[in-house]
Design a protein around this ligand. Structure first.
Ligand code: MN3
Length: 254
């Protein structure tokens, strides 16, 4: 892409971004569902990453996930990851990333990059994805190809739910549970520590693949409402899962 085109593209995206929360939401959902890393959409003016709007109101997931938790989680925690990612990027040796400050490139080179970038780029990506994987009146079961693949891989949706819940419960300390689609196209359940994710090129990330479903099990995701009871939070979370986003991720990720 020549510079003029890329500039035009960039301006167009920036304008769309300022058009409001609903538009940003649909762009984010569409980008994730299309299997894009969507980072070019996240970059706003000045080449900095910015906090995407929550795709629904803070209280939209009540009574399953409470308003105050959503406010603090999005406005404080997620915002801090974005701000600290921008700061960390300033310290990176230009030779490592070149001009491609994309999530794909960052996650691929993660071992050579500063720990602050690993934590905060992971935090920004994971949370952006997490918001689009929840919605009011969500839950139930997936449909179509994803439903078929879950059944053939885990025998039943109930068995999948049990194994995913188990992975989320067993993650010691802070981290995430994931359903991923591996390079071979196989569905697998895994979990990662801190803000690592299955896209990161790290030996400690045991199962790599494209995220289809993501669950934040940091205490900041549930402590205000559920205190130490992670199991209650996970049980509530199944009621707000946005299976349409998950189906989109499954169908389009290579
Ligand atoms: Mn979190």
């Amino acid at each position: 892409m020549d510079q003029n085109n890329s500039r035009r593209d960039f301006l167009k995206k920036s304008m769309i971004l300022t058009a409001g929360a609903i538009t940003t939401t649909s762009i984010l959902n569409k980008a994730f569902a299309a299997g894009h890393f969507a980072d070019d959409i996240f970059i706003a003016d000045g080449g900095k990453y910015s906090l995407p709007a929550l795709p629904y109101a803070y209280d939209a997931l009540e009574p399953h996930i409470d308003k105050l938790t959503m406010e603090i989680h999005h406005d404080k925690h997620h915002k801090a990851y974005v701000d600290n990612m921008n700061k960390a990027l300033e310290t990176v040796d230009g030779n490592i990333l070149g001009s491609a400050q994309t999530f794909e490139n960052i996650f691929d080179k993660i071992e050579k990059l500063p720990g602050a970038l690993r934590n905060n780029a992971g935090g920004h990506y994971n949370h952006s994805l997490f918001w689009t994987l929840m919605k009011p009146n969500g839950g139930g079961e997936p449909k179509g190809k994803l439903a078929e693949e879950i059944k053939s891989t885990f025998e039943s949706f109930e068995e999948f739910k049990k194994q995913f819940t188990d992975a989320a419960m067993k993650r010691f300390g802070s981290g995430w549970a994931w359903l991923v689609k591996t390079k071979e196209g196989k569905l697998m359940i895994t979990s990662t520590a801190n803000q690592d994710n299955p896209l990161m090129n790290l030996a400690s990330v045991e199962i790599k693949g494209a995220p289809v479903l993501a669950l934040d099990v940091w205490e900041h995701a549930y402590y205000l409402k559920n205190q130490n009871k992670r199991a209650d939070y996970i049980a509530s979370w199944w009621n707000v899962v946005n299976w349409e986003t998950a189906e989109g991720l499954y169908s389009t990720k290579k």
